[in-house]
Design a protein around this ligand. Structure first.
Ligand code: HEC
Length: 118
């Protein structure tokens, strides 16, 4: 890959950009593990219906937040890292949205726990 980039960029530039992209990809993968665990918890608690009850896993509000986290936010951050898009990666707007969704999913589960389980 670095050889391909090197036909237009310096080797150092290409390898530093690819290394950064890999680090950001790893960070976003970890963040998506968090939102996926929150969704599994929602299904297990019965706060949402999904795969465990053979229900559509993409239609309820908390499920749509989970979709946003990996399909839109994580991919925006990765794309920004690959293309040097400061608005989405360096300036963290992509990260802001992803972490806001994590917090909202946690909040929904907390409210569910308080109201439904005493
Ligand atoms: C065919 C030539 C070519 C190849 C091959 C190429 N690039 Fe580029 N790249 C460019 C040009 C030209 C620009 C500047 C575009 C502009 O400023 O509008 C650019 C811009 C970039 C930028 C954004 C720089 C900035 O400051 O905004 C990054 C990051 C980048 N390339 C990474 C890579 C990586 C990684 C590879 C290999 C996977 C690669 N490029 C392969 C020509 C190439």
């Amino acid at each position: 890959m670095i050889r391909t980039c090197s036909s237009c960029h310096s080797r150092d530039y290409a390898s530093s950009r690819i290394q950064w992209f890999e680090e950001v990809t790893e960070e976003t993968n970890k963040a998506i593990q968090v939102t996926t665990k929150l969704l599994l918890e929602a299904w297990n608690l019965g706060a949402a219906k999904g795969l465990p009850t053979n229900d559509n896993p993409f239609d309820e509000y908390i499920e749509r937040l989970w979709i946003e986290s990996w399909l839109f936010n994580a991919n925006s951050i990765r794309y920004a890292a690959a293309m040097n898009g400061p608005d989405w990666a360096a300036f963290k707007r992509g990260w802001y949205k992803l972490t806001r969704i994590q917090a909202e999913m946690e909040h929904i589960l907390e409210l569910y726990n308080r109201t439904m389980r005493g």
